[in-house]
Design a binder for this molecule. Structure first.
Ligand code: SF4
Length: 701
């Protein structure tokens, strides 16, 4: 922080939106942020996108929650029928003591009842310390592992495949390493909208002569920079990737030495790929055999190559198989562990990497240490000074909602997540939330989820708190408060501590640095990383010494698996759970757009961003619109087996004929009313990227 003539203070922190983790400077005057400037962070080198630069004034929105709220005895039945600007129709204001007592007593009462389980959703928008406390509160306080967060809706399948095959769930190289690559694959992601600053590094790579291979069912902005653009059929990832790998085997383009020294199960992989010649796969994936062969030769011929992917890969019932294929492609060509090589799932939220590392996952304690391992649990309970807790893996996000419907979970604590918008088949999730006996929601706005709460605890926005975050590059960075939370709102860690004390856990943390110090005791990834170092600069984990800024590239000399070798896991073609038919003839693909973030609770309250994209919209190919008799700007009704939404139609040649792209940030046309809750069996991630949908013209709404 420092002073400048025009502002009262300038505070250096990290952007609260995507996993790129841009560092920025907040210019503060008279207690409010007036402007934002990019600074020289390791992931952004002074750059920012429109969200980081202009998406800050949501923190001053009149909808901010400023006092704890308790549901009124005479409130109408639970539902979305609460005005976020006037929650007092359904809730009454309460003191912190009263609200925390009510929150804790309701959860403690359920804890005492045999068989009753309380589940928790933590947040990837909170700090590492807050994520760590949240999972500890559920495990220590309730004795089980029913704790999860939005990684389950994002990259859980990528993490499952990475853990299985390379022994670590994080990226093997920073995205900035693309500057040392000569070929890169970007598949199932749209970085110009979802990771815009990372996209600038990809564009510079092309400018320097790098070959960019873009693979996606949508022909998005990176297409202009691509040497190869493969606009393949939705859901055909495994056919496509196996065909490319088939060519590498058939033409013996693989790296024999690397495979022999660093991998296992190669022979089985080779045999498996024999069944996927490009000529047989071309129709399934919609890409000509000669293009598949050219891509295989280009990638295998690279000196150094990287693979980047996003939720177009992960959000399928075969998401883990998709990621397995990408890992196999990198391994067979020896493209891991050197400058300009690596596997990089572009993480979504600003702290989804850190929240996952901190153990906000039902099967893992911090640093992906299994809850089923007695030694692991006892190491944690020794530090926590508590009794052992369940050795059973907990339920995941969608499974928890099913358990609520079945009655085995009757209370929830939800911090900063919005399942009433973000869950698949969201009416199912909303009905679950409405049926809970006790729901505690901690957030900065009266989100759609908070509408169902019994107690609402007003918390702090990212620019109002102290804590560390970890970006997609494994870079741990310090977040600093620029302004105070409004009214009586509090930092999330403080609320968690107060709640835990009332649940009898005896916590006494006085500052996030004390929580960070506890995390280090059982998180090897934080070795050599101290709070004091982070106050001076970002550190990438692993850091090998107190002076090492961290390892941008890992696994050059072996993998963190039992035998030190990475594994090839063959993948078969599994069709989408729901395929188009005469009644629902189109494919629905959901996703984000540049100006809006996730369920819209922040960006739709940010003046500039909402002015640019004020209305729910969907995109279709002009010929699809013509066939429907719809002009761009008119309204269409989209219907799946789960429900309907009405939305303004845009004409977009990037969307293939027969596909519909629908952003999920708009409550008035909530995309997840339509989506399918079918899960990938390994990552337990829903199939957000494929549902059968009908589209029809309607009168303006
Ligand atoms: Fe923020 Fe991501 Fe944009 Fe950077 S690229 S400014 S982290 S939203």
């Amino acid at each position: 922080a420092g002073d400048s003539g025009d502002f009262d203070s300038e505070v250096e922190t990290v952007c609260p939106y995507c996993g790129v983790g841009c560092q920025l400077s907040l210019k503060v005057k008279d207690g409010s942020i007036r402007s934002v400037e990019g600074i020289n962070g390791p992931a952004n080198e002074n750059r920012l996108c429109v969200k980081g630069r202009f998406g800050f004034d949501y923190i001053d929105h009149p909808h901010r929650l400023t006092r704890p709220l308790i549901r009124r005895d005479d409130a109408p039945p639970k539902g979305l029928n609460v005005d976020p600007g006037n929650p007092l129709t359904h809730f009454r204001e309460a003191s912190w003591d009263e609200a925390l007592d009510a929150a804790a007593n309701g959860l403690a009462k359920l804890r005492e009842e045999a068989g009753t389980r309380v589940a928790g959703f933590g947040s990837a928008k909170c700090s590492n310390e807050e994520a760590y406390l949240f999972q500890k509160l559920i495990r220590q306080g309730f004795g089980h592992n029913n704790v999860d967060h939005c990684t389950r809706l994002c990259h859980a399948s990528s993490v499952a495949a990475l853990l299985e095959n390379v022994g670590s769930g994080a990226v093997t190289a920073t995205f900035n390493e693309i500057e040392n690559a000569d070929v890169a694959i970007v598949i199932g992601c749209n970085p110009m909208e979802n990771h815009p600053v990372a996209a600038t590094y990809f564009k510079q790579f092309v400018k320097r002569g790098g070959k960019l291979i873009v693979m996606d069912p949508r022909g998005h902005g990176m297409k202009r920079f691509a040497s190869h653009m493969l606009q393949f059929r939705p859901g055909a990832d495994v056919s496509l990737l196996n065909a490319i790998m088939h060519v590498i085997v058939e033409e013996e383009l693989y790296d024999r030495q690397y495979i022999a020294a660093m991998t296992e199960n190669w022979e089985a992989m080779k045999d498996h790929l024999a069944g996927f010649p490009p000529e047989a796969m071309a129709e399934a994936c919609g890409i000509a055999p000669d293009v598949l062969r050219d891509v295989a030769r280009t990638f295998a011929g690279a000196q150094a190559a990287m693979i980047f992917w996003g939720m177009g890969v992960s959000q399928h019932v075969h998401g883990t198989d998709n990621a397995r294929c990408l890992i196999s492609l990198a391994l067979m060509t020896g493209q891991v562990g050197r400058p300009g090589t690596g596997l990089h799932p572009l993480r979504g939220q600003n702290n989804v990497q850190g929240a996952s590392d901190a153990g906000l996952i039902p099967m893992f304690l911090p640093d992906y240490q299994s809850v089923t391992d007695d030694g692991v649990r006892s190491a944690f309970t020794e530090v926590w000074g508590s009794e052992d807790f369940s050795a059973r893996k907990g339920l995941t996000v969608v499974e928890i909602m099913d358990a609520v419907h079945e009655g085995s979970i009757r209370g929830m604590y939800i911090l900063g997540e919005n399942p009433a918008m973000s869950d698949p088949d969201v009416e199912h999730a909303r009905a679950a939330l409405a049926s809970l006996e006790h729901l505690v929601v901690q957030d900065i706005f009266l989100t759609e989820t908070a509408c169902y709460a019994d107690v609402i605890l007003p918390s702090s926005a990212w620019y109002e708190k102290t804590g560390t975050v970890t970006n997609t590059n494994r870079q741990v960075q310090m977040g600093r408060p620029a302004v105070s939370p409004p009214g009586e709102a509090k930092e999330d860690w403080w609320i968690e501590v107060e709640l835990a004390r009332r649940l009898g856990l005896g916590w006494s943390y006085g500052h996030p640095r004390e929580i960070f110090a506890e995390m280090k005791l059982n998180m090897p990834s934080l070795a050599n990383i101290t709070w004091e170092r982070l106050e001076k600069s970002a550190v990438t984990y692993p850091s090998l010494s107190p002076d090492d800024p961290g390892q941008a590239i890992v696994f050059g000399d072996g993998f963190p698996r039992e035998d030190g070798r990475a594994r090839f896991t063959p993948a078969n073609v599994i069709p989408p759970d729901e395929v188009p038919d005469a009644e629902y003839p189109f494919v629905l693909i959901t996703g984000r757009q540049l100006e809006h973030w996730h369920t819209g609770s922040m960006t739709r309250r940010a003046t500039v961003l909402d002015a640019v994209e004020p209305e729910a919209n969907c995109s279709l190919h002009p010929r699809t619109l013509r066939d429907l008799g719809v002009e761009a700007g008119e309204y269409i009704r989209l219907t799946t087996r789960r429900g309907s939404v009405t939305v303004m139609a845009r004409s977009d040649r990037a969307v293939a004929e027969g596909n519909v792209f629908l952003p999920f940030a708009y409550v008035e046309a909530a995309a997840n009313i339509l989506t399918n809750a079918a899960l990938d069996p390994y990552g337990k991630i829903p199939e957000f990227k494929f549902a059968a949908v009908r589209a029809e013209k309607v009168a303006p709404v």
